[in-house]
Design a protein around this ligand. Structure first.
Ligand code: SF4
Length: 306
């Protein structure tokens, strides 16, 4: 089937079977084109709770589909490609946290939403890249274990000086690859283009960037600043969203290494096959894990709205 035919079929199936397609900002352009909503993982999972549909096809990686299921247990949630996983999320296991807690009873465990349902279930609270600093700042506990991203952990520690924050040694292999020299080169070559970087990049990269923020914060900031040229230090898929929203601005990627191969595994054909029951993976979680993981997410939502 040609891409045009597949898109038509996907749109027909959405209507006929009451399906919504949610796509992460880092997805391939053709997948974004058939999505009902595009955004970051937590935005999409919160949005899913408000949608009046029976099935959600989540185009992203596994922990994102799990987060949708945690918050919307009555909906069928399908990840189109079973192998689309997040190497960073896989760098921490629930037993690592259980063992840590046994020996460090006075620590609060804070998990990035980029973690499995099982890790969320044994953590005390979740955070997103954009809420991490404010939420951890508002916690009463002085001792914090942050999992799994050491780069985001370092960024949080730099912004909160009155707590003892230990970070797990995980990292996002996409953002972690960016080099400080690449920022300097881009700034020399395009001096009028501010560099906007994600806090999952290394500390030395953030130190020479002009703005640091989550994917959504980068999009918001790029939308509002006057600059006509902007260099983007996060995954390349965001450029589709930015160019659509800002046709008068020129966007360049900070580094050619900013491509998440797991996010690019989902094709239009995978989305179509997931919709007709011939592919993908339906997310199923043990209820005790789901309920415990939900508590960590609800605690995040409670503190973020304070
Ligand atoms: S960009 Fe990084 S954090 Fe996001 S899914 Fe890919 S590896 Fe995981």
């Amino acid at each position: 089937m040609s891409d045009i035919c597949i898109k038509d079929e996907i749109n027909r199936l959405k209507k006929e079977n009451n399906i919504k397609i949610l796509a992460h900002n880092y997805q391939n352009y053709e997948v974004q084109q058939v999505a009902d909503y595009i955004g970051d993982s937590f935005y999409l999972s919160k949005l899913a709770t408000e949608l009046d549909c029976e099935t959600i096809v989540l185009c992203g990686v596994d922990f994102m589909a799990e987060t949708v299921k945690i918050l919307s247990p009555d909906k069928k949630v399908i990840l189109p490609v079973q192998e689309a996983t997040c190497p960073m999320a896989n760098m921490i296991k629930p037993e690592d946290i259980v063992d840590f807690k046994k020996e460090h009873k006075d620590f609060k465990v804070v998990a990035h939403v980029n973690t499995s349902a099982e890790v969320k279930a044994v953590s005390d609270i979740c955070v997103t890249s954009s809420t991490a600093v404010n939420i951890i700042n508002s916690l009463q506990e002085e001792n914090i274990l942050f999992v799994p991203d050491i780069n985001l952990g370092n960024y949080i520690s730099k912004n909160i000086t009155n707590k003892n924050i230990i970070s797990w040694n995980g990292y996002c292999n996409v953002h972690d690859r960016v080099k400080k020299e690449e920022v300097i080169q881009m700034k020399n070559k395009f001096p009028n283009a501010p560099v906007l970087s994600h806090p999952e990049c290394r500390e030395e990269v953030l130190a020479v960037s002009d703005f640091v923020g989550s994917t959504s914060e980068i999009i918001d900031y790029a939308n509002k600043i006057d600059a006509k040229e902007i260099t983007i230090g996060t995954e390349t898929g965001v450029l589709h969203v930015l160019r659509k929203l800002n046709p008068d601005k020129k966007f360049r990627l900070l580094s050619n290494s900013l491509i998440c191969i797991n996010m690019k595994k989902t094709t239009l054909e995978d989305v179509y096959n997931a919709m007709i029951g011939k592919g993908g993976k339906e997310i199923e979680l043990e209820e005790n894990v789901r309920v415990k993981a939900l508590e960590s997410l609800e605690e995040m939502i409670r503190l973020a709205n304070k």
